[in-house]
Design a protein around this ligand. Structure first.
Ligand code: TXA
Ligand code: MG
Length: 349
């Protein structure tokens, strides 16, 4: 067990906050682990150029070491040192960086194999959050960081979530308040002139296509994998975001869904639903994630809701099946994994 220190930093402007950030950067430089806020979710950071730090990250998360880490840089140009960039990279960087976009590129030898899970590619991201960027700048090295949750749990969007999972496992946690978006970055793989979406996020397929033309979508974004299937992104193989009770998604008409939720509630289920649906359900076992048409609010609250399920009594959890349009695809992708692809349509029952 490590003694985990919590360092509150909101704007990074005061002398105390600057001191906290310098200490955190020193900790990274000397091989330690620091959790830091980003605009998407909290990241569990270590020196991306130190293969031993990568091993410590995998151990702290309980993550299989074939599941590579994203390296975070403080400017888009810095990626040049670690990956083969090109025209597509710079088009995307100009439009979306800093921001919630991760690009998978062919790696240079400067990135240790441990950091990239043994692959020939490396994922690069330049976060928008000022605390994250300042930390990378002060550390003077890129920061390798997966989401700061235990492997399999929902990604943390507050420092309290981080503490639940990482207390005693990391040296420091920078508490920068709630994450802005609450879902992880969009991941796009670039291979010559082919771009493939590996994980949907705040930056949508349509946003990307408006910038670079056609974007393919890996079938693993929405579908379950065939047994033994090779995937473009190792993270797609693993179960994710799951609460401690089985989750089922509910599709179909609004009326049928509400009636179904109400019945299941009587049998002791927990319901994750939209604000307007809650009025028709018993309040004790309901968790709301925003209005049905407010996808941003839902993205913001989804992971907290999945965590909250664990503290409620109940045998199982039901939630609405999101649409796959626009930003909905990001919600769909997280929920379908959390539910291990279990969906029911009460209209058809
Ligand atoms: O918003 C985010 O991206 C957050 C914050 C902390 O930056 N990070 C994050 O990291 O979500 P992580 O490790 O939880 O998810 C990254 C995903 C994993 O599923 C991993 O398999 C995939 O990216 N990945 C990383 N490097 C890759 C590569 N070279 N090729 C394909 N997939 C890769
Ligand atoms: Mg993760």
């Amino acid at each position: 067990m490590i003694n985990t220190e919590i360092l509150p930093v909101t704007a990074g402007k005061t002398e105390t906050e600057q001191l906290h950030l310098r200490r955190a950067a020193d900790c990274i430089k000397t091989g330690g682990l620091v959790v830091f806020p980003t605009e998407t979710v909290y990241g569990l950071g270590g020196n991306a150029l130190d293969g031993e730090a990568a091993k410590k990250i995998y151990a702290a998360k309980g993550r299989p070491s074939d599941n590579p880490l994203i390296i975070h840089v403080s400017t888009p140009e810095e990626a040049e040192k670690y990956a083969y960039t090109g025209e597509l990279y710079y088009k995307l960087a100009e439009r979306f960086m800093p921001g919630p976009l991760t690009l998978v590129l062919t790696a240079k030898d400067t990135v240790p194999k441990n950091t990239r899970g043994g692959l020939d590619t490396v994922a690069v991201r330049c976060p928008e959050n000022m605390i994250a960027r300042e930390l990378i700048r002060l550390a003077g090295v890129p920061i390798a960081a997966p989401s700061a949750n235990l492997s399999g749990s929902p990604s943390p969007t507050t420092a309290r979530h981080v503490l639940e999972d990482m207390s005693g496992r990391v040296d420091m946690i920078i508490d920068g308040g709630a994450a802005d978006f609450g879902l992880e970055s969009t991941i796009l793989k670039i291979d010559g002139d082919v771009a493939t979406l590996l994980r949907p996020g705040k930056i949508t397929k349509a946003d990307l296509e408006a910038c670079i033309g056609i974007v393919e979508v890996s079938h693993a974004v929405t579908e379950a994998l065939a047994p033994g299937e090779r995937v473009l992104s190792p993270g797609m193989k693993y179960r994710h975001y799951a609460p401690d009770k089985p989750l089922t998604l509910v599709g179909g008409s609004d009326e049928a869904r509400i009636a179904f939720f109400a019945e299941r509630q009587k049998e002791g289920a927990v319901i994750i639903c939209y604000d307007e649906q809650a009025a028709k359900l018993m309040p004790d076992s309901v968790i709301t994630i925003g209005a049905g048409d407010d996808l941003e609010a839902q993205g913001h609250r989804l992971f907290a809701a999945l965590r909250e399920c664990n503290s409620l009594e109940g045998k199982c959890v039901y939630a609405n099946l999101p649409s796959t349009d626009g930003f909905g695809l990001a919600l769909y992708n997280r929920l379908i994994r959390a539910a291990a692809h279990t969906v029911v349509y009460p209209d058809e029952l």
